[in-house]
Each structure stands twice: as C-alpha cells, then as structure tokens.
Design a protein around this ligand. Structure first.
Ligand SMILES: *Cc1c(COP(=O)(O)O)cnc(C)c1O
Length: 252
C-alpha cells in the first residue's frame, strides 16, 4: 500500500498525482527527437516562468548546484562581490563565493529586515570595483521577500550585475527577470514548481553573459557555456533525469 504524505514545507512541495504518475512512463533516450521536443517545450515554459527572452538552462542538480554554476561560470579568482545575507540561503551565496576564491563583502542583515535600494547604492559606492551583487528573492529561512526590482534599477546604472537566488521565490512571488533587470536568475524544481527535487534552472542576461565569456574559474559540469552550446542543438550536455523531465512536461 502506498502511504499518502502531506508535505507542509517550502520544498519539497506536494507533487500532484497526474505529475507523479508521469514518472512511471518509459525512459526514452535523451539523444532523440522525441526527447528534444519535450525538452524544448519545457524550456519555452521556463522562459515564461522566468519572464525572459534569454535561454534558460536545465541542470541535473539541486538548486544549490545552479547557485554554484552561476558563480563558476561568471567570475575570475579574486573578483569582488557583495553578498546580501539575511538568512541561511543568503549566507550560502557567501560560502560558495569564498569557496571559489572570490573577494566577498558580506552585508549581514537582521533576519526578516528589509534592505532598501538606497542602502544597496551606498554599499556599491563604498565598494568600488564590485562585479556583482548576490541577493535572494525569497529568503526561505526567515520568510522575507527582498526588493529585487529596486536592486535591478540600481545595478542597471552600474557595471555590476545582479544575481538572484529565486529557488523558493520564482513562481510564488513576482520577479520578471528581464523587466526587473536581473542578470542571473537561479531556480529549482522542488519548490513552487511542484515537481520532485533534482532539476535546477539558470538564466543569464547579455550583460552577465559578457562576464561568462571572460570567466576563468575552473568548471566542467557546471560550465554554463556547455549548456548554451547544447541548447542550440535542442539538448542538454549530460544525461538528464528523464523521469523528472516527463513530470516537468506535465507542468511547465
Ligand atoms: C531551498 C533553497 C535553496 C537550496 O536549494 P536545494 O535545492 O536544497 O539545493 C537555496 N535557496 C533558497 C532561497 C531556498 O529556498
């Protein structure tokens, strides 16, 4: 007998039965036109959720993998970044960046307190040469939604890019990537998307992609350039989890 569970957490979230049953469909090969058709349909759906004209890459990893991919694909050792840390997941941005040798200015916020675009403008002024600001759309650990739109306005007037962890927020609270001038958006499958954990999504603005072209941090699996090249061929660089793909097709 299969027990019924009710998940009352920010993620994983409950997966509807029609979506769950898609996991029982046969595994198809990922280098086939059948797969490519499903894949490209889901990528179009993701572009709608992200509200972007840019490519959205699909990674086989949890959300944190896409956070790391964003960093590895974009920076060079010693690059200066400002990380906004108002909870567990904001802290994670700082940890990932330090792990890869970036020069991190961590702005520690009271949990649950807002951080205004004016405060961000002051931080930028105090830290010349900043390449990026790392923010969180919805800080799951404190339930705080930050002013991504405001940060986008400020950063659009500078050379720095805005990187947003939208893993729990995207799809639950508005954050149109292109309109709000988000340069890198990260999301994951198991929260507002309501599919199982295992897929992560990543998109870059043209301003961010210029940095990707110049990035020298070593990366292999998480090198966004490989995902872009393969998306042109209607596929992913490495084997995707077909069962979740089938489920994603039911949804996005
Ligand atoms: C859940 C969550 C993460 C971590 O995602 P994983 O899929 O567990 O790696 C990161 N950021 C936020 C805001 C989250 O809610």
């Amino acid at each position: 007998m299969i027990k019924k569970y009710y998940l009352l957490s920010p993620g994983p979230t409950p997966v509807p039965e029609t979506v769950l049953s898609a996991a029982a469909e046969p595994i198809i090969h990922h280098r086939t036109s059948e797969f490519s058709d499903i894949f490209m349909e889901t990528v179009e759906g993701l572009k709608y959720v992200f509200q972007t004209e840019q490519d959205v890459f699909v990674l086989t990893s949890s959300g944190t993998g896409a956070m790391e991919a964003a960093i590895l694909s974009t920076f060079c050792q010693g690059d200066k970044v400002i990380s906004l840390s108002g909870g567990k997941f904001g802290e994670r941005w700082g940890q990932i960046c330090r792990c890869h040798g970036l020069d991190v200015k961590e702005v520690t916020l009271e949990w649950g307190e807002p951080f205004t675009k004016e405060q961000l403008a002051d931080e930028l002024k105090a830290n010349p040469g900043t390449k990026a600001v790392l923010a969180t759309l919805s800080e799951t650990s404190s339930g705080t939604v930050y002013d991504i739109q405001g940060y986008g306005e400020i950063l659009a007037q500078s050379d720095a890019i805005l990187i947003v962890d939208g893993i729990s927020g995207l799809g639950a609270t508005p954050c149109p990537m292109d309109e709000w001038k988000v340069d890198i958006m990260v999301a994951g499958s198991q929260k507002s998307f309501m599919i199982p954990p295992g897929l992560a999504y990543l998109s870059f603005s043209p301003k961010a992609w210029d940095l990707v072209e110049k990035s020298t941090l070593p990366s292999f699996y998480f090198d966004a350039r490989k995902y872009k090249k393969n998306l042109k061929k209607r596929t992913t660089p490495y084997k995707p989890p077909i069962t979740i793909k089938n489920q994603q097709k039911k949804y996005v």
